[in-house]
Design a protein around this ligand. Structure first.
Ligand SMILES: Cc1cc2nc3c(=O)[nH]c(=O)nc-3n(C[C@H](O)[C@H](O)[C@H](O)COP(=O)(O)OP(=O)(O)OC[C@H]3O[C@@H](n4cnc5c(N)ncnc54)[C@H](O)[C@@H]3O)c2cc1C
Length: 276
């Protein structure tokens, strides 16, 4: 759709040109920005002209540039030990968006849009990723992605802050993962997405889609299914929109969590040394 209030589109080549003026917003793939009216928007600042690398290998970390598209991330060749990599494709497919949208939509744009059905957010939270945030004074701060998305369309980003990248620890990439998703119709938006990461360094169960913001359950080495179920049953904040009622979302999330714990127990029994 035409963004009729936009008067300027800037294409910075250096960080110095990035400072956001009142009324300006970062533009990444534009797949959300151009999908609805933006009445308060007067200017766009195109992040894709800054030339950030899509991915970089840093010590102990895979750095994913915020402007890396979902399609490019899918084409990235994993290292042999990255057992968690199938979760990238699973989460990409959890988006309502087709492969045509993947070629423009960015990893950072998905997180910054902060929709409950933000499956790339689910991916990064499950992999314990940290967001590298550029602050308007020229500095930078690090923030777990789990704390960055605070609710539907709200984030912990302060005015003028921009997500530069996401750092994914290689220890998380080496872990085993689990995935369950449901929507009310075959091609509908995610009603509930439950993802898991099992590792000796710590296990985690993450609920998105069903909750306004990612719900993260840190689990002990040998998680107790009844305890996990009780924690989900006691959780009060379930999302309510045309893609599912809160009661249904809680019920399917509990059921998926039980299935993933069973799956993990099976892997633990059949592989030498248990889940990675
Ligand atoms: C058919 C269709 C289906 C979709 N299905 C889904 C879905 O199932 N789940 C879902 O979550 N989304 C969905 N979307 C919405 C959108 O496509 C995705 O969220 C996408 O990942 C947004 O990325 P983008 O690069 O296009 O962001 P843009 O549209 O460019 O930007 C989105 C917002 O994020 C801000 N932003 C972007 N990058 C940064 C950054 N680095 N730092 C700070 N702020 C930034 C922008 O200012 C803007 O407010 C869908 C869109 C379409 C068209």
């Amino acid at each position: 759709m035409d963004l009729v209030t936009v008067r300027t589109v800037r294409t910075p080549s250096h960080r110095d040109d990035l400072a956001l003026a009142p009324g300006e917003q970062p533009l990444a793939g534009g797949t959300w920005l151009y999908s609805e009216e933006q009445p308060d928007l007067t200017g766009l600042v195109d992040l894709t002209t800054l030339g950030w690398p899509d991915t970089e290998r840093l010590p102990g970390v895979l750095r994913i540039g915020a402007t890396c598209t979902i399609a490019t991330l899918l084409r990235t060749a994993p290292d042999p030990g990255w057992h968690a990599w199938p979760l990238v494709e699973q989460c990409a497919n959890a988006l309502l968006a087709s492969f045509k949208v993947w070629t423009a939509a960015t990893v950072g744009g998905n997180v910054a849009t902060a929709l409950p059905a933000g499956a790339i957010t689910a991916l990064l939270v499950t992999l314990d990723a940290t967001a590298v945030v550029w602050t308007p004074d020229g500095g930078e701060r690090a923030l777990p992605v789990a704390e960055l998305v605070t609710g539907p369309r709200t984030t912990a980003l302060l005015p003028g802050e921009v997500i530069r990248a996401f750092d994914v620890p290689e220890t998380a990439l080496a872990a085993t993962t689990g995935y369950r998703r449901v929507s009310l119709s075959p091609h509908g938006r995610t009603g509930a997405l439950v993802t898991a990461r099992w590792s000796a360094a710590g296990s985690v169960l993450v609920v998105t889609g069903a909750t306004p913001r990612p719900l993260v359950l840190r689990l002990p080495d040998a998680p107790d299914a009844a305890d996990v179920d009780a924690r989900l049953a006691a959780h009060a904040d379930w999302y309510d929109d045309p893609h599912g009622s809160p009661d249904w979302r809680r019920a399917v999330s509990r059921s998926f969590a039980a299935e993933l714990l069973d799956e993990r127990a099976g892997a633990h029994d059949t592989t030498d040394g248990g889940a990675r």
